[in-house]
Design a protein around this ligand. Structure first.
Ligand SMILES: [Zn+2]
Length: 349
């Protein structure tokens, strides 16, 4: 059985309050001249480049100004061996003189705790919350309250169960240090910026012959569904969840034809609902010429499978898988955010 003990030296770290990822201590190691991997516990730069992981150093903090009793967001910050240094930024509530050596998650000397967040994760959380129709965007006071409810004293990470990585316990459950385990490079792959080449690769993949739509041989003989008007088939399909709908679409020629005949709006809506974080695909499927004669079921299945987090993923899938993981982390924060929203009745105490 695989050992879960770290092989690299533990380094003090402090995790992002949204994604649980590192703000410090991301280490890469190449093979030596004989092709020997001397440090298997460090990330492989051939899988995700160090440049692609630089975003983990870019962070801000959310804190609480006890004078104004309001939450604040700092300017740019960085993690210096576990102590956070930040610039004031332009939030007028940032009146706190503590701009260096800040301790995360823990209240020191009567001061309120602060929560570090990757700048990339602020962007994704903002976008996630903007998609929530019954929430008026992010309120900083409420977000701070939501974080506060999840912050234990130790270790310096959130109590919230942010899920597991590839079936293995996430690094944030075990130690102060971030463990750079080979195969998990996708955890530090840039979750937002995909290169132009990557978008071209997505486009080329969709145009491959295997994604061409073709009449399906029906596994169901004497289909009663084939005798129904398309509107009735649409109604039936709308009652199914996506896996059930895709299975029926695979099995039934009538459903397959009904859903693929001049039904692009249906698929565009479904893909946005199923893969809400796959922004590049949302843009690509607006191109009717690109999507002409494409099998939408195959495209949806491929997009889902190719971006499911797994060990050893490379660009651009590593970045997309990490974005998907962080999107799920944002989902985990919705409930505490709603709870904080319902209990908030004025300036923070
Ligand atoms: Zn993060």
């Amino acid at each position: 059985m695989e050992s879960l003990e770290p092989e690299n030296d533990p380094m003090e770290s402090c995790y992002c309050a949204v994604c649980g990822g590192p703000t410090f201590g991301v280490i890469f190691s190449s093979l030596d001249e004989k092709g020997v991997d001397r440090k298997p516990s460090y990330y492989d730069p051939e899988v995700v480049s160090p440049k692609d992981a630089e975003w983990t150093d870019e962070m801000v903090v959310i804190g609480h100004n006890q004078g104004t009793r309001r939450a604040f967001i700092s300017g740019k910050g960085r993690n210096d061996n576990g102590a956070i240094l930040v610039s004031p930024g332009d939030d007028p509530n940032f009146l706190d003189p503590r701009t260096n050596g800040l301790a995360c998650y823990t209240a020191w000397s009567g001061q309120s705790p602060i929560f570090p967040i990757h700048s990339r994760c602020v962007t994704l959380l903002t976008r996630y919350m903007a998609d929530m129709e019954d929430l008026p965007g992010i309120d900083l006071d409420i977000l701070y309250l939501a974080f506060h409810r999840f912050a234990p004293c130790l270790p310096p990470t959130l109590k919230a169960d942010l899920g597991q990585v590839c079936g293995r316990p996430g690094p944030w459950f075990r130690t102060y240090a971030w463990w750079c385990r080979r195969g998990e490079e996708f955890l530090v792959a840039d979750p937002i910026s995909l290169s132009e080449n990557s978008v071209d690769l997505l486009r080329q993949t969709i145009r491959k012959p295997e994604f061409r739509v073709s009449p399906r041989p029906s596994r169901i003989t004497n289909e009663i569904l084939g005798k129904l008007p398309n509107e009735i088939v649409d109604t039936i399909v709308s009652l199914l969840n996506t896996p059930e709908m895709m299975n029926l679409c695979e099995a039934s020629r009538a459903v397959h034809q009904a859903l693929h005949h001049n039904n692009n709006p249906f698929w565009k809506k479904l893909i946005k609902e199923e893969l809400p974080w796959f922004f590049e695909l949302h843009d690509l499927i607006q191109d009717d010429e690109l999507m002409r004669d494409r099998n939408w079921v195959a495209v949806l299945k491929w997009a889902d499978e190719a971006t499911t987090p797994a060990l050893g993923m490379k660009a651009p899938w590593a970045s997309l898988a990490n974005r998907r993981r962080i999107w799920d982390c944002c989902k985990e924060l919705v409930l505490p955010y709603y709870e904080a929203f319902s209990m908030f009745d004025g300036p923070l105490g």
